[in-house]
Design a protein around this ligand. Sequence first.
Ligand SMILES: [Fe+2]
Ligand SMILES: [Fe+2]
Length: 281
Amino acid sequence: MGGSGYRITVLVENTVGVAAGLIGEFGQCLLIETEGGKILFDTGGRGWLVNNALALGIDLKTVDALVMSHGHFDHSGGMQAFLRLRGRLPVYAHPDFFAPRFNAAGKNPYIGVPFCREELVSSGADFVFTQEPAEIRPGVWVSGEVPRKTDFEPGDSRLYTLRGEERMADPFRDDMSIYCVTPLGLLVVVGCAHAGLVNIIEHGREVTGLAKVYGVLGGTHLGMVPPAQQENTIAYLRNLSPQFIAANHCTGLAMIVRLASLFGPVFRFAPAGAGFTLPAE
Ligand SMILES: [Fe+2]
Ligand SMILES: [Fe+2]
């Protein structure tokens, strides 16, 4: 299609918006449907995507490709459940996807992918590891590694990885997003936005050649970053003036409320069960 319409359904999110047998869980899983195919973006944390898809009348066996935003459990924990149902399919991820990941503030500090690569390959994952942007369907891009260009997006200081035995701040080189080309501009779909929302949007403009940004959907992590990053990002978004913002998951409730009040009808709540036909007329 080369970029016209998209149907995006939230299969897993921290909250549930439709009383239809859906289960909420800390995590994110989105289905992106275009004329060019069906792409699953992340899998949530505990496999509830299978239940939720069934409740919404969505057949996960028809998904063409899985894209992984990064190696946190709340995005990757549903991979086994999905692969067992779907069988073999391409899975796009960054080479650092399986790096060890921890949260210094967590009760259970390990927060990485809860499976080893071999286990997922046995269940049907045909991994396509990429650091470069890749157009996986006409008008649909996997971002590849996002260059860090802003000086105000250090991210969440509680999250770390290991170099040998030593702790170091997680650089999240594996944080990838999806860029959808639409007739009204760029639609940016983020998992947890650990690379920084502004870095991600700017990279998307470069990759797709679209200066105009139509909208942003997904986990922005904005509620969990330093105040300077929050204020600079909000100022950037206001200046950008997109037509659609659906920040959910790790955005955090307080920040969701703030964005909703700042952006009015441009802001849309995106719990499990929400569906968006984009760009909206
Ligand atoms: Fe997340
Ligand atoms: Fe994350």
